[in-house]
Design a protein around this ligand. Structure first.
Ligand code: ADP
Ligand code: ZN
Length: 612
């Protein structure tokens, strides 16, 4: 373990392990096979990169995505590690150079796509040079039970036979128990060490709002993150185009991304985002696979995704560096309808599964329970604290309706009085006492429930109705989404169940309360210096033509702006600074720090700096 700790500090500049990293590294070091399941941002790459450095011989990393390989290799080279990749984008000379490096034992980590690895000539080469470890990234791709099966992964099942003495590690962020077992079986792993991390992402702050004037709502989130990277997801391509145009018009550096655009343009926009030439990508679900950008500070959903799996994956692209990030979802009852419509063509079984996921997602939006808890329980895990301190509900930003059961009973009774033949909008109109022609014609103004909630806004009542649907007390059905009272709805009417209703916040409040995680992470950090170091980093990245986070992560910059080192030794104390980076960038960064501190009269090397 000593070698591992030393590599972690010297090369990556980290002194502590993230949960399960130590166990994952130890298993490989000891020669065992391993299956490691950590959420996005959990630090999977280090689980194979660190032992790879400390083992004799070559480590082969199998990865399905060229863009991801490239970033990882760039990042390793920046840390002074000899890593290379072989893929179709290399020129023949570059490829020869890599082969040469493999032959003479220069290269420690080699990234390849599965189909290339399994080519006969390639296997022969690897046999000659001696492989000590094979790491398989995105390992769920091998299983048909996963959500992203790739046939080319299946051939990897032969690896154990070809290299019986080589340890194999499989790494993924998503795997149910079934997929996990299938990974072990398909790869013929020998008594693997199985490590499953918590799926909770405590640094993500989840918030949910009913959608109202979406452009303003999205702007208000963006304004909390000036010059920071973020993603805005929309359901439809047309929404993407509209939203990105609206943002650009308001002076935001945003680009659109969806499958209807040409490959070239999509690629360019993705690059612009990763290289920080723009701040925001507005996209459909088509965006995100293989985006290994660690400093995404917020992910906004302008519409409700169709499953908690999708939400977890898309929102999970925020805050991979472990620093706080915001995940804000704007929903409306209409989103539920859109997704439901998509299920029409499905077979009965597939439809049921899809509807169930839509229902769970809707429930997430509407229940007013801790968002972390709901997501985690959906994935079969428990939250080990009462207050997560990182969602709108736990932060007290959501106002609960005091007499929720009375309000709920009024709504449910009205649905019954309307003979369960109308939708949520009409029901809300009746409850608020609207003089709409249709209501008068149907003489619904004579119902006993007419005007029962006349002091409330119609949008508010409609949202409460949606909340009751999300909690399963009401059901939408038929072509016109007519409401009906469910069994649990009857229990509410009889007073046997206490429903929870939240006051719909029709506007995103300025974050008056900063989450607990946020406060800690900014403690002692000079924000001005942080900003100026960000600019310095952008300059370096531009010059070297690598993504900014490959030079330094946000966490490292914050720690620099906290420790404000004026010497090389001090600089090496910064989290995320290893030997190679200190050597390469130490003097530039120290100069930037000392200049800033002199100009703004900020102390250098503060002694009372609290280690975080
Ligand atoms: P994953 O592949 O699981 O999504 P990564 O391997 O990309 O996660 O790591 C996410 C971020 O966390 C990276 O910026 C990485 O440098 C950082 N990181 C990983 N392990 C540690 C650690 N032990 N201490 C501090 N930062 C870490
Ligand atoms: Zn919470």
């Amino acid at each position: 373990m000593q070698a591992i700790r030393k590599a972690l500090k010297d090369i990556w500049g980290f002194t502590e392990f993230r949960p399960l990293q130590q166990e994952a590294m130890a298993a490989i070091k000891e020669g065992r096979d391993a299956i490691v399941i950590l959420p996005t941002g959990g630090g999977k790459s280090l689980c194979y990169q660190v032992p790879a450095i400390t083992l004799d011989g070559l480590t082969v990393v199998v990865s399905p995505l060229i863009s991801l390989m490239k970033d990882q290799v760039d990042a390793l080279n920046e840390c002074g590690v000899q890593a290379a990749r072989i893929d179709s984008s290399l020129t023949p000379e570059e490829r020869n150079q890599v082969f040469h490096g493999i032959h003479n034992g220069h290269i420690k980590l080699l990234y390849v796509a599965p189909e290339r690895l399994m080519m006969e000539g390639f296997i022969d080469l690897l046999k000659q040079v001696g492989v000590s470890f094979i790491a398989i990234d995105e390992a769920h791709c091998i299983s048909m039970w996963g959500h992203d099966f790739r046939p080319e992964f299946r051939q990897l099942g032969q690896l154990k036979e070809i290299f019986p003495d080589v340890r194999i590690g499989a790494y993924t962020a998503t795997a149910t128990e079934q997929v996990r077992k299938d990974i072990a079986k398909q790869l013929h792993l020998k008594d693997p060490c199985v490590l499953v991390g918590s799926f909770d992402r405590p640094n993500l702050i989840y918030k949910v709002f009913p959608r109202k004037s979406i452009n303003d709502q999205v702007m208000s989130v963006i304004q909390r993150h000036p010059k920071e990277s973020g993603i805005v997801y929309c359901i439809r391509r047309a929404d993407v185009d509209r939203m990105s145009a609206a943002l650009v018009k308001r002076g935001i550096r945003a680009v659109p991304y969806h499958a209807g655009m040409s490959d070239d343009l999509r690629k360019q926009h993705q690059e612009d985002f990763v290289r920080e030439r723009v701040d925001i990508v507005v996209a459909t679900v088509a965006f995100g696979m293989g985006i290994d950008k660690s400093n995404v500070r917020f992910v906004i959903h302008a519409g409700m995704p169709k499953s908690p799996e999708h939400y977890q994956q898309e929102s999970g692209r925020a805050g991979r560096d472990g620093l706080e990030a915001e995940c804000v979802l704007f929903y409306s009852g209409g989103d539920y309808g859109i997704w439901k419509n998509f299920t029409r063509e499905m077979s009965d079984q597939a439809r049921q599964i899809a509807l169930d996921k839509i229902g769970h997602m809707y429930n997430y939006c509407t229940t007013g329970l801790c968002r972390h808890r709901i997501l985690l329980e959906y994935f079969g895990q428990r939250l080990d604290k009462d207050n997560c301190g990182a969602c709108d509900v736990c932060l007290g930003e959501v106002d609960f309706v005091k007499e929720a059961h009375v309000v709920a009973q009024k709504i449910l009774s009205c649905v019954l009085r309307l003979e369960q033949r109308y939708g949520s909008q009409y029901t809300a109109q009746v409850l608020t006492g609207s003089r709409d022609q249709r209501i008068l014609e149907c003489r619904h103004d004579e119902l006993s429930t007419y005007g029962l909630l006349q002091d409330c806004q119609q949008a508010q009542v409609q949202n409460w109705t949606e909340q009751l649907i999300g909690q399963g007390h009401l059901e939408k059905g038929g072509e016109y989404n007519t409401l009906s009272v469910t069994t649990s709805g009857w229990q509410v009417l009889r007073g046997e169940i206490e429903p929870r209703l939240v006051q719909p916040m029709l506007k995103s409040k300025p974050a008056k309360r900063v989450a607990q995680v946020g406060q800690d992470q900014w403690q002692g950090v000079d924000r001005g210096l942080f900003e100026s170091l960000r600019e310095k980093r952008a300059e370096i990245a531009q010059e070297k033509r690598v993504p900014a986070f490959v030079v330094f992560g946000d966490a490292a910059l914050r720690d620099m702006a906290r420790k404000r080192p004026s010497t090389r030794e001090g600089f090496l104390e910064v989290k995320g600074v290893g030997q190679a980076k200190a050597k390469q960038y130490g003097s530039i960064m120290i100069e930037a720090i000392t200049t800033y501190c002199r100009d703004f009269d900020v102390s250098l090397d503060p002694e009372d700096c609290i280690p975080i």
